[in-house]
Design a protein around this ligand. Sequence first.
Ligand SMILES: Cc1cc2nc3c(=O)[nH]c(=O)nc-3n(C[C@H](O)[C@H](O)[C@H](O)COP(=O)(O)OP(=O)(O)OC[C@H]3O[C@@H](n4cnc5c(N)ncnc54)[C@H](O)[C@@H]3O)c2cc1C
Length: 418
Amino acid sequence: MAEPTEASVRAEVRIWLEANFDPQLGLVEWRNKLIESGWGVPSWPKDWFGRELPMALEMVVEEEMQRIGAVGVAKTGIRRLAAATLLVHGTDDQKRRFLRRSLTGEDTWCQLFSEPGSGSDLAGATSRAEFKGNRWVINGQKVWTTSAHHADYGLLLARTNWDVPKHQGLTYFVLDIHQPGVEVRPLRQMNGHASFNQVFFTDAEVPPENLVGDIGKGWAVATTTLMHERRGADGIRTWGIASDREGRVYDEERAEIATVMEPYKWYPQRAGRVDLVIERARAAGKASDPVVRQEIAKLLCMSKPAEWTARRARAAQMQGRPQGPEGSLGKLISSHVARAAARVHTLISGADAMLSGEDSPMNGLVAEILVSVPAGSIAGGTDEIQRNIISERVLGMPKEPRTDNDRPFRDVPKNLVT
Ligand SMILES: Cc1cc2nc3c(=O)[nH]c(=O)nc-3n(C[C@H](O)[C@H](O)[C@H](O)COP(=O)(O)OP(=O)(O)OC[C@H]3O[C@@H](n4cnc5c(N)ncnc54)[C@H](O)[C@@H]3O)c2cc1C
């Protein structure tokens, strides 16, 4: 069979979409059809809803879908990380049970990694999983769990062995959130949104078939999740944009964005809204102010190369080349750009940047930028942790001294009784 080309893929997907996309279909019904055809996730394996197309051709499919306004599969949020992780480490049974429903949007996910005592030091997690009878029993606490209040399942990293060094005693599970042993308590952030939660486990249960990878090998599985999370950090500006077209499929997609995607609605502001800077300078009558112009120029000189670096990383990925240093730099650059953008917004709006409400700059959006930007340099690994990764893994500099990597985790000092 001939290798697919841009022209052949474009022609084939166009014919299929024109014959099959109907805005009056229900969202899940349409997504099931799309998944069956292999056009929903064309770069995925043929056995798992894909066509094994190179990433570059996936873009062609997306362009064709946008051309006629066809709704795509559900790919945003933590479900994206769940799917990427299960594709690599999941059993066939897990892929069968979870992948399709995650793509249709019927199941939603959260990431149960960070704990009060272990965020950057994720491998120091102390939530425990013990095998009792025929189930894993989970006790402990997670925090900063985005979307846990909407989630059906959680990607859980828990300690199964306290007598080996910390990275070797962790195991990765899929946990059903809807059970009596799981309590989800929302937290409110300084930007007014409540995206995060505390999650408490009291004898929560996980069946053995929901163990992902091997017992004690959870760190390797978690690394796959984190790699995808950091790689996606520059793509958060466009999350959750609803179409204004008419039809049942769009109505149901809008409802999905208003509920499941609600925790992410401030994510574009977290990236600094560089796109608004020139418009804001004009609206505030500062477009000819030499100081403002100078600062806008500096910001664009930083954000444009960051965008090109992200594109270079994507191009390498599309050509099947291994991720180079640009992948590791992307997340760090994006938080520098966001901070610089917040400074420029403040310079333009002055003290008004702190106001919210109807008569404030952009109806409170500028204030939301200021209080949302700090999240970017914390989520998915802080700036300091990214610098450590770059210095150790990209530049090959000496490793940060550690005192806890080569002794049983039980003996490592920590703020809890084990
Ligand atoms: C928007 C957002 C969404 C999030 N969503 C989730 C989620 O869905 N699921 C989840 O599990 N977690 C989530 N988190 C949590 C996030 O992963 C952690 O906040 C992050 O890893 C940092 O951990 P911490 O908050 O415990 O800070 P700490 O680890 O306590 O760090 C405190 C400070 O010390 C510095 N530091 C720590 N260790 C080092 C070191 N070795 N070298 C130099 N400096 C160091 C850090 O850089 C930081 O400045 C989210 C966070 C945010 C902001």
